[in-house]
Design a protein around this ligand. Structure first.
Ligand code: GMT
Length: 384
């Protein structure tokens, strides 16, 4: 198939999932065309089946707010025609599914179906804001296929938006060959001395991630055992977290690494992953850690209970309860056997349920259904 994928190309989880999906689809013989304003960050591979089309937004003094959604719709339309796309798959409803709706309407010569994947804040925060709710609901209803990345998000969407059409659950996934426990090769020695525990946090440092809680948790752990904390990612709350770490006298033990590409090489060094978010519709970072054999300590919110079996593969704790999170993290980090048993259980869970080889066929089956419902037989790929 020839598939156009649109996502936010930055470090948000939806962009990561969309990019990994594109890479996997290309590896399985599909032609994948990313359509966005920048090259997706995890699109590090080059292949004849992977293409990128940049959306350029023309600015003009009249435009206080350049109309990205329109530039995107135009680019989708153009690429669909020039590359004979079979369908569009947009990640994050706003504004991508609206742009896809316009592109579909603009392609007059044939049907150009589009699939929308809902990721989280497009429903729980931005989409449910009254200024966006009607158009988000409209574009979901108008999509030819809709998926949600957890049952939690599926239910919230149906409830909050009153959606009548079917929404399919296709959970997030991880490439379990890339994200796997370290076999000797590990960057741990770059950050921690022998005998020090390594805790890790990975996010876009937005308020919903509660990054100050990460520091609070680490502070409590650090009082009990020698440890280092790796903070991977960047975003608006980084400065405040850095400030708090200094205030607590932890500056030498908390290492802010900023945005990183090969996160698996950092995750697989850690003893515990901390994700104390206010809300996570899935919690991709927790899954990436689990695939690397690292037990996560997370908030019991949103879709996280669908990913982690509490007490077996990691721990789920009410959001904001930093004392309990610290106690759980300490329990794992200070007991080698416990850490290994939980890490193995976490890896097994990822292998059982969330590896890309299990999930990508679900997307392929959905594409085929959408195409046949629209009377569009998938075109044979140009390159065979
Ligand atoms: O976490 C964010 O703020 C980014 C956001 C996104 O859409 O880029 O992440 C959401 O999608 C991820 C990938 O599907 C999920 O793993 C995250 O749980 C979800 N974030 C929230 O629900 C807050």
């Amino acid at each position: 198939m020839r598939i156009g994928i649109t996502c936010y190309p930055t470090y948000g989880g939806s962009g990561v999932v969309a990019t990994e999906l594109g890479l996997e689809l290309a590896a399985r013989g599909h032609d994948v065309h990313f359509i966005s304003y920048a090259v997706p960050v995890r699109m590090t591979e080059v292949s004849e089946r992977l293409h990128f089309h940049e959306v350029e937004v023309v600015n003009y003094p009249l435009f206080d707010h350049p109309p990205y959604a329109l530039a995107l719709a135009t680019k989708m339309h153009n690429v669909a025609l020039s590359e004979s796309l079979d369908l569009l798959h947009v990640h994050y409803a706003i504004p991508h599914s609206v742009s896809a709706y316009l592109a579909r309407a603009m392609v007059k010569s044939r049907r150009l179906p589009f699939v929308t994947t809902l990721h989280g804040t497009d429903i729980t925060l931005v989409g449910s804001d009254r200024s966006y709710l009607p158009i988000t609901r409209f574009s979901i209803e108008e999509s030819d296929g809709v998926t949600a990345i957890s049952e939690y998000l599926r239910q919230v969407t149906i409830r909050e938006f009153g959606i009548q059409r079917p929404i399919e659950l296709i959970p997030n996934f991880v490439n379990c060959d890339v994200f796997q426990p370290a076999d000797g090769e590990c960057r741990r020695h770059e950050f921690a001395r022998e005998g020090e525990a390594v805790l890790v946090h990975l996010s876009n440092f937005r308020p919903v991630k509660r990054v100050r809680d990460v520091i609070e948790i680490f502070h409590r752990v650090r009082r009990e055992i020698p440890a280092k904390l790796l903070m991977i990612g960047d975003g608006p709350d980084r400065t405040s977290a850095e400030w708090l770490a200094r205030e607590k006298g932890l500056a030498g033990d908390v290492i802010f690494l900023g945005k990183q590409n090969q996160v698996q090489k950092l995750l697989n060094c850690a003893d515990v992953l901390l994700l104390p978010s206010e809300l996570e519709s899935f919690g991709l970072a927790a899954l990436e850690g689990m695939a690397c054999g690292v037990p996560p300590v997370c908030s019991r919110v949103g879709g996280l209970p669908e990913v982690i079996d509490d007490g077996v593969e990691g721990y789920l704790v009410p959001p904001g309860d930093v004392d309990t999170m610290a106690a759980r993290a300490l329990e794992i980090a200070s007991d080698r056997q416990r850490r290994q048993a939980m890490g193995q259980a976490a890896r097994q869970r990822a292998l059982r349920q969330f590896c890309s080889n299990k999930i990508i066929p679900l997307y392929e089956a959905l594409y085929e259904r959408v195409l046949s419902q629209n009377g569009v037989p998938p075109l044979p790929s140009v390159r065979g």
